[in-house]
Design a protein around this ligand. Structure first.
Ligand code: I6G
Length: 676
């Protein structure tokens, strides 16, 4: 190939990759499949390796390149990186507004505010010279930070070169680098599997990831950057409002918060705060408050600064997601699969908007990692909908003689031996279905709404049935007699009849629900659905060799192994036979997955639904062949939005994705379910 053509190809590949990166990381609108992206990247890498003269520091291939550093260089911020004043309630916000109006004088009411969530991450500064990223630095003490250029270069949402034109010759961009919650959970899960120390929260994980001398480690962490303003600006002009500056940054390829908004008046700030407080648990990242800024940069300049914070901005904080409390005791719960889970009993503490008195401790490794002892003061974290966790111990508050936490030598429920199998971190009761705890958990799962949906068979009643010896496995439920039920404490005739009717009704189910209800290890609702769709009948599934099971989406070697163990177990299969003999049945699936009415479509359900839970809506959509995703993108077919739908609805509207309210959704479902 002639040299000019090679240069042209490399330039075209770079431009294409930069565009896709921008679409994906900054605008959240993926445009090409990953495979196509990878092909282009490989081709560019190949060209640059073959013709080193083509290499450029801003090439998308050059995100990780330099050798590890031996230490961080110090960076002096030309303009100090300030902190923000905090507001904790509505009155603090009214006081803030009054202070602004007093300073600015008459004629400015209502003020225009730029509002956006305050991400719980690490504040950083990015310096661009003539559009090229030349330095990344931490905030440090505000005057001096650390040079983390090698690490910020690995973050895909940070452009190595600004896009477009019109940017100032020197542009310092400020923002927050953070780790989305999903990335944090994955990182910690992987650390737990390896027996390594876990990160306390996403913020610490982001900080730890940025403080790496070896950029290859940072590159493996799914860090994100969200820009909230500018520092020094030379050789160019920016527009006169903060919101317009943010828009410019986005045009130049930098990521800004999709939820930022301009409002008029302090009451509208309160509305925004409440709206975001409702969405907080559902956001894919941690936020600790909302930042409000006077939008007009001229007014900002007039207002100026007080000590280390701007007068024109304030952060209204949300209730803390981490609080301290005391560990009163550790109890051991035996689950459906015999896994023995330590559960911390805590002095009740208000955290993340609710009172928490229990927290999971996962397993013995987790307790060892935390170095936890009875009576310790601990930091409890409750973020989003994740169950509360103990994230650290406060060593200086340990009482004298605090006892170590002893794990049971035998099952605390049935006294059977306990074992750790293979590489597993969990301790398991080996009692199997002899163990009353396992029996109860299996029955509770079987009866649950998303499994056989046996109305009226709640946890207390399951306990009674097992404790009284009336039921020891799920099939025995269908042999219950009215007189037996009437013999139970607090069981009236009406309740007994209702339960018998509910049991009768539950016999008409679907194959997917039945598979899920059996409680086979690692077979959740989605896997059960995939299995049902793939095999169409119980017989075909139960006879399937491992190779066939592995062909099902969602089924890997571990799940396949659990399935085979279940089908090879005479006692498990005897229970299935008893269930079928009792009349549990379902229509075999004649249609293949590809023929279902919503096959190939991606739906998102958000907000509060009246007629059913989001999980139910999800299951109904999946049964019609749809994929149900957690976030809205250009690939989303339709969004079902109930009241309280926030960012996902906004995103759908922005992208022109079809949005259905609950009534229209129900009508659509009825039509589709009738036709499939
Ligand atoms: O720490 C911060 C987080 C978010 C900020 C900030 C922000 O705006 C959304 N803005 C300023 C002006 C400062 N710190 C100093």
């Amino acid at each position: 190939m002639p040299a000019s053509e090679i240069v042209r190809e490399a330039d075209a590949l770079r431009e294409r990759l930069d565009n896709w990166n921008y679409q994906y990381y900054v605008l959240d609108r993926p445009t090409v499949p990953d495979a196509e992206y990878d092909r282009c990247m490989q081709r560019l890498q190949q060209l640059e390796a073959q013709y080193p003269a083509l290499q450029r520091p801003d090439s998308p291939t050059q995100r990780v390149g330099a050798a590890p550093l031996d230490k961080f260089r110090q960076v002096s911020h030309e303009l100090p990186m300030l902190s923000l004043d905090n507001a904790f309630n509505e009155q603090d916000m009214l006081d803030f507004n009054r202070r602004l109006l007093d300073r600015l004088g008459a004629g400015h009411e209502p003020l225009e505010f730029a509002c956006e969530p305050k991400l719980d991450g690490i504040a950083v500064s990015l310096l661009y010279r003539d559009g090229l990223l030349v330095r990344g630095a931490t905030r440090g003490d505000g005057s001096t930070g650390e040079d983390i250029t090698h690490n910020v270069r690995t973050i895909a949402s940070i452009p190595l070169r600004l896009r477009g034109s019109g940017y100032p010759a020197v542009l310092e961009v400020r923002g927050e680098i953070y780790l989305p919650r999903a990335g944090f959970e994955e990182l910690n899960e992987a650390a737990r599997q390896r027996g390594d120390k876990t990160f306390v929260n996403p913020r610490n994980a982001a900080a730890g990831s940025l403080r790496q001398l070896d950029a290859r480690i940072t590159a493996r962490r799914p860090l994100q950057m969200c820009c909230y303003g500018v520092g020094q600006v030379q050789g160019g002009e920016l527009p006169g409002a903060h919101s317009q500056v943010l828009e410019c940054l986005q045009h130049w390829g930098l990521r800004i918060n999709a939820l930022s908004r301009v409002v008029r008046g302090i009451e509208a700030c309160d509305d925004y705060y409440r709206e975001l407080a409702e969405q907080r648990a559902e956001l894919p990242y941690d936020i600790d408050g909302i930042v409000f800024k006077v939008n007009d940069l001229g007014l900002q300049q007039r207002l100026g600064f007080v000590s280390r914070a701007p007068r024109w901005a304030i952060a209204r904080k949300f209730p803390a997601q981490e609080e301290m409390t005391r560990l009163l005791d550790v109890e051991f719960q035996v689950g459906r699969t015999g896994a023995i889970t330590p559960v911390a009993r805590l002095e009740p503490v208000f955290v993340g908007g609710v009172t928490v008195s229990n927290a999971t401790l996962h397993n013995a490794d987790e307790i060892a990692r935390l170095g936890l002892r009875l009576g310790d003061t601990v930091v409890v974290r409750r973020a989003g909908d994740v169950i509360p966790q103990i994230v650290s111990v406060v060593p200086e508050r340990r009482p004298a003689g605090a006892a170590a936490i002893a794990f049971p030598q035998t099952c605390p429920v049935c006294g059977s031996p306990v074992e750790r199998t293979g590489e597993e971190a969990v301790l398991r009761c080996m009692g199997g279905l002899v163990c009353a705890a396992q029996q109860k958990a299996a029955i509770r799962h079987f009866a649950s709404r998303r499994a056989m949906d046996i109305e009226g068979l709640g946890d207390k009643l399951v306990d009674q049935l097992v404790d009284e010896g009336l039921v020891d496995n799920v099939a025995a439920l269908y042999r219950l007699q009215r007189e037996q039920l009437l013999g139970l404490e607090r069981m009236g005739e009406k309740s007994a009849d209702n339960l018998l009717q509910a049991l009768e009704r539950s016999k008409h189910t679907s194959l997917a629900r039945f598979i899920f209800a059996l409680g086979i290890r690692e077979v959740g609702e989605a896997t059960a659905l995939s299995l049902a769709r793939h095999f169409g009948s119980w017989k075909a599934l139960a006879q399937a060799p491992e190779e066939q099971l592995l062909q099902v989406s969602d089924v890997g070697p571990v799940v396949a192994d659990h399935l085979v163990q279940f089908f090879d177990s005479p006692s498990s299969m005897a229970v299935v036979e008893q269930l079928r003999a009792a009349g549990v049945s379902w229509p075999d699936l004649a249609v293949s997955a590809a023929d279902l009415p919503l096959s190939g479509q991606t739906w998102v359900v958000t907000g509060k639904l009246e007629a059913f839970s989001r999980d139910e809506a999800k299951a109904r959509l999946q049964a019609l062949g749809a994929k149900v995703a957690g976030s809205v993108s250009a690939k989303t077919t339709c969004v079902v939005a109930g009241p309280g739908a926030g960012s996902k609805l906004a995103r759908a509207t922005e992208l022109g994705v079809e949005v259905l309210d609950e009534t229209t959704f129900l009508a659509r479902l009825a039509g589709l379910e009738g036709s499939s």
